[in-house]
Design a protein around this ligand. Structure first.
Ligand code: NAP
Ligand code: F7E
Length: 343
């Protein structure tokens, strides 16, 4: 029987890779879309018409109930969120509503539709649910590396909201016997990463500076250390988590650490430039509370899911810089822009 999947966050980085992955495995896939004029549908335009859309918003219970009822999915992947950590200090209430309460709303929609539709699903009436939890929940980590048993100490409204989403997912699993799991994913990047995140900000800047489209790169904390992997690898782990006999949470990351400074050095080296000539530290970009070091202990995912990352950090940065060189070469040069502006 053809499996049916519903993905929230379809216009995001992970939504596009997950949709590709599921379609390649013969799934029928629906993406939850906030408004049909969404400019970010360009990330999944190449998947249409195989990919279908259904209207809905994580802040609106009725729309989620209608979407789950219309799609009758076997699997629901909740990737929708306001995912910028610094942005969460600007809009803490909205971030809590979307990233925290939104998870509760989607679980409730699934619970109601499951109750109504009984055995119409491949899994004896159980719709399987994946929640996109985050390493940001570890925050000021109590131990390194972080595993499924490490305690949480989030340091931003984003991390706090994700921690609620994580706990409510486990609570619905334990209370109602739902197949509901969280993947605690560490930072994952790609050429489709939003330009507000540091790796993409760096790869875009290295490409643009090389091509004369940008003058300099302003950054915040260069000493922050992250466990960065490739998004295409991480969506495989999401899918595997919903194929297990028992619903189990998993930590997913590479276990390898690099600093923001390493990322800059690597990206500028790709275009033959010395980063120290172009990078300026702007104290305004340093966060009110920083998460200094996060490193995954993914032994459970490797042993239980058979999951392995395939792209290391230098290859990831090279992939992003080469993609941005190609993209930036189609932009007007800085000098052309000044001419257009009449200066
Ligand atoms: P992303 O590129 O920022 O995409 C976020 C998606 O959420 C977009 O499709 C956006 O749709 C959607 N969204 C925002 N508000 C919504 C709402 N009210 N209702 C429904 N959808 C809404 O994020 P990503 O990098 O793909 O990450 C996917 C998920 O994994 C997120 O939940 C993120 O928090 C989590 N996560 C990411 C990482 C990472 O390193 N990438 C690590 C751990 C966890 P619009 O186009 O409508 O705005
Ligand atoms: O920052 C430092 C910054 O914004 C990484 C999201 O996907 O992963 C992501 O959250 C580090 C931080 O990612 C700039 O201080 C320095 O220490 O790329 P980022 P993030 O905050 O780790 C987690 C796992 C998620 O769940 C989130 O959704 O880089 N940094 N200078 C900077 N960061 C940014 N954005 N911009 C700078 O100029």
């Amino acid at each position: 029987m053809t499996k049916r999947a519903l993905i929230t966050g379809i216009t995001g980085q992970d939504g596009s890779y997950l949709a590709e992955h599921l379609l390649s495995r013969g799934y029928r896939v629906w993406g939850l879309l906030r408004g049909r004029a969404n400019p970010r549908t360009s990330r999944v335009a190449h998947l249409v018409p195989d990919l279908s859309f259904v209207d809905g918003d994580l802040t609106d219970q009725a729309s989620l109930l209608a979407a789950v009822d219309a799609v009758q999915p076997d699997e629901v992947y909740n990737l929708g969120a306001l995912s910028s950590v610094p942005g969460s200090w600007q809009q803490p209430e909205l971030v809590t509503d979307v990233n925290g309460t939104g998870v509760l709303r989607l679980l409730e929609a699934i619970r109601m539709v499951s109750d109504l539709s009984g055995s119409r699903h491949a899994d004896g009436g159980r719709i399987r649910f994946y929640q996109a939890s985050s390493s940001e929940m570890f925050g000021k980590a109590t131990e390194t590396p972080q595993s499924e048993t490490t305690g949480f100490h989030p340091r931003s409204p984003y991390g706090v909201a994700k921690t609620y989403g994580h706990h409510i997912t486990r609570t619905y699993r334990e209370s109602f016997g739902m197949y509901a799991v969280s993947g605690v994913l560490f930072n994952h990047e790609s050429p489709r990463r939003g330009a507000e995140f540091v790796t993409r900000k760096i790869s875009l800047a290295a490409a643009r500076i090389k091509l004369g489209r940008q003058k300099r790169l302003d950054l915040g904390n260069l000493d922050a250390v992250r466990d960065w992997g490739f998004a295409g690898d991480y969506v495989r782990a999401m899918h595997l988590m919903l194929q297990q006999e028992e619903p189990t949470d998993h930590v997913v990351g590479t276990g390898r650490l690099h600093s923001v400074r390493d990322a800059v050095r690597c990206a500028f080296a790709c275009v033959g430039l010395d980063w120290t000539d172009h990078v300026v530290v702007d104290p305004a970009l340093v966060r009110p509370a920083e998460v200094e070091v996060l490193c995954a202990d993914s032994r459970r995912a490797r042993a239980g899911l058979g999951w392995e990352p395939t792209v290391d950090f230098p290859a990831l940065m090279r992939m992003m810089v080469h993609s941005d060189l190609e993209r930036a070469s189609r932009e007007p040069a800085y000098g052309d822009l000044l001419q257009v502006a009449g200066r």
